[in-house]
Design a protein around this ligand. Structure first.
Ligand code: CMC
Length: 555
């Protein structure tokens, strides 16, 4: 049997198979960066269900086991023992801060909480009932007008961008809410913690003194930690792709906010409450579950299911405990909690959900807790965005610092019309319009719900087109093609063999990093050497720089 072994460009004398292992977990990855050059094939993977797009040392998820770690620390432990800003430092810098580092980080964040008055003035232009997420996309993007002189490759500029975003996004979030209800916007206060400041800016008015409820502050602290990062989800991938072109980081984060908004992602927390309200009471749960299983138009069990978790989302477990605790401490009896609990019980015992390994995710219970704190439904996803900003900036910074800046540019499988001439075309209903797009529409009728049930298969017509040469003449490249096919066969055989191999040898350590500047990541096929990502402790501390070195980008 042929086995495809490719030499490691970093040590050409050695050969290594194509798989890569990560530092944690059982997942094996194939390094297919040179797949096309070696075999002539691209991979087709809509939704990136089996594609790793980067190396990262920030968050680790073990989907089958239901584990989530930030820089190696279990998220439930962090919720119990850490302050939101400590976790922000951990994610951004890579390790737990010392007391002194934490105090300085807090001070820095506080200093950056003031938002330029020009950006504040923008809020007056939004209509009073604008969705706060719509406002967030606009105002975070607008920060790039104020901080346009940024060099993403400059470590200090990056630090400033990251800390400013962590500091200012909560302020903008609260202002978005105040705008949507027509109340005066409140400025942040230096004497309050991160979570307390959020509650103050949300609920205080200039008319009377506002006392922060410690139960609410603890709940917000926990909410923030639970949502801060979650490896390469849709919005984080959006931020990384936007950042890969070296775009302004504020604009990249605005792109992340847009991606988060949808109900399949961060918008699910809002959608869960709407769903529970529609169900109304526990006795209607069985009918609703039947509608979900029948895939009735627009019906899905929101807050359930996850691309990576095939077990109970550990964040959801924490959130579930938190909801009961917060409601009890605040003396609130929310009828939606009973509906949610009954729905969870029925779903977890139903074959449809069991078979598909669908469990509650972090969004299932979070809305009920936020409601109890008096936060309106339209703000739920904004709160997710505010917390996830920490993860976005950490991931963006990691990408640039680690030199993983190859521009994100996926391929596509073209299924449109064949080449034709404009002069001869008769228009949409004319015979010369071709069957490309219209043909595709016939194969793929419009989805009945807002969620695509399954990634569409490639229409068979196109499959045939792509594998059978259209020309009746023997292809002049036939020989080369069959060689390519043989090579590809060998490649996949070796891939399968690698995947079923008992245990990969331990990855060779990578030379320690000496600089946080952009490094050119060598291209080409390699296996073990590149699988070793820097341990969190070796992520360079951006804190070493003197605050005086900030330069002219400080506004
Ligand atoms: N309700 C009913 N059926 C579901 C659900 C659900 N919530 N989630 C998945 N399924 C079914 C789906 O119909 C499919 O069934 P079949 O094999 O018969 O076609 C199967 O399970 C696999 O689902 P999928 O849509 O291929 O899974 P995915 O990995 O592409 O989607 C998801 C993941 C989170 C978008 C999806 O589970 C979902 O839509 N959940 C509801 C929305 C939600 O709660 N989103 C928040 C995600 S967690 C927070 C975050 O990261 O934003």
């Amino acid at each position: 049997m042929a086995e495809l072994l490719l030499s490691d460009p970093e040590s050409p004398s050695e050969t290594s198979p194509l798989w890569i292992t990560a530092v944690l977990g059982d997942d094996l990855f194939l390094d297919i960066r040179d797949l096309h050059r070696a075999t002539g094939y691209f991979s087709y993977d809509p939704g990136f269900t089996c594609t790793g797009s980067c190396l990262s040392g920030i968050t680790f998820i073990d989907g089958p086991k239901g584990v989530c770690l930030y820089r190696g620390f279990a998220v439930p432990e962090l919720v119990e023992s850490a302050e939101a800003l400590e976790v922000a430092y951990l994610l951004l810098v890579g390790d737990k801060p010392s007391t002194q580092q934490y105090m300085q980080f807090r001070r820095e964040i506080q200093q950056h909480m003031l938002v330029h008055e020009k950006v504040k003035a923008m809020f007056s232009n939004f209509t009073i009932n604008a969705h706060p997420m719509a406002i967030m996309v606009a105002v975070i993007g607008a920060l790039s007008c104020i901080f346009s002189e940024l060099d993403p490759l400059n470590e200090m500029h990056r630090w400033l961008a990251c800390t400013r975003l962590i500091a200012k996004v909560p302020v903008l979030s609260c202002w978005a809410y105040k705008t949507s209800i027509g109340q005066p916007m409140m400025y942040p206060r230096a004497d309050l913690s991160f979570a307390e400041n959020f509650l103050y800016m949300m609920f205080a008015t200039p008319m009377e003194e506002y006392k922060v409820n410690p139960v609410a502050a603890r709940a917000i602290n926990a909410f923030m930690i639970l949502h801060m990062d979650h490896e390469q989800n849709a919005s984080t991938s959006t931020v990384r792709i936007a950042g890969s072109s070296q775009a302004n980081p504020y604009a990249c984060i605005a792109a992340g906010v847009a991606s988060l908004w949808g109900p399949a992602h961060g918008g699910a927390n809002e959608a869960v409450i709407k769903m529970l309200e529609e169900i109304g009471s526990a006795e209607n749960v069985p009918t609703f579950v039947n509608d979900v299983k029948a895939k009735k138009e627009g019906v899905r069990l929101m807050g359930f299911g996850h691309r990576v978790y095939k077990n109970y989302d550990p964040r959801a477990k924490v959130m579930k405990g938190l909801v009961t605790q917060v409601l009890k401490e605040l003396g609130i009896d929310d009828p939606l909690l009973k509906v949610a609990q009954e729905l969870e019980k029925v779903a977890l015992n139903d074959e449809y959900f069991v078979q598909r390994k669908l469990y509650p995710n972090v969004d299932y219970y979070s809305g009920i807790m936020l409601r109890a704190l008096g936060i309106p439904t339209s703000m739920f996803t904004v709160m997710f965005a505010m917390s996830r900003t920490v993860g976005w900036v950490s991931q963006w910074n990691e990408m640039v610092a680690e030199g993983q800046m190859r521009i994100g540019r996926p391929r596509q499988l073209y299924v449109g019309p064949k080449q034709r001439t404009w002069r001869d075309a008769k228009g949409a209903n004319g015979e010369a319009a071709g069957d490309g797009y219209q043909g595709l529409m016939k194969v793929q009728p419009r989805r009945s719900s807002s969620f695509s049930k399954r990634v569409p298969d490639v229409p068979s017509a196109y499959k045939a087109e792509s594998t059978v040469p259209s020309s009746p003449e023997p292809s002049p490249h036939a020989e080369a093609d069959s060689e390519d096919e043989a090579l590809a066969d060998a490649f996949w055989t070796s891939c399968k063999a690698a995947a079923s191999a008992p245990a990969p040898p331990p990855p060779r350590p990578r030379p320690p990093r000496t600089s946080a500047r952009l490094r050119k990541v060598p291209l080409g096929l390699s296996a073990a050497p590149r699988s070793t990502i820097d341990s969190p402790a070796s992520v360079p501390s951006l804190r070493d720089e003197s605050a005086d070195d900030r330069g002219s980008v400080v506004a």
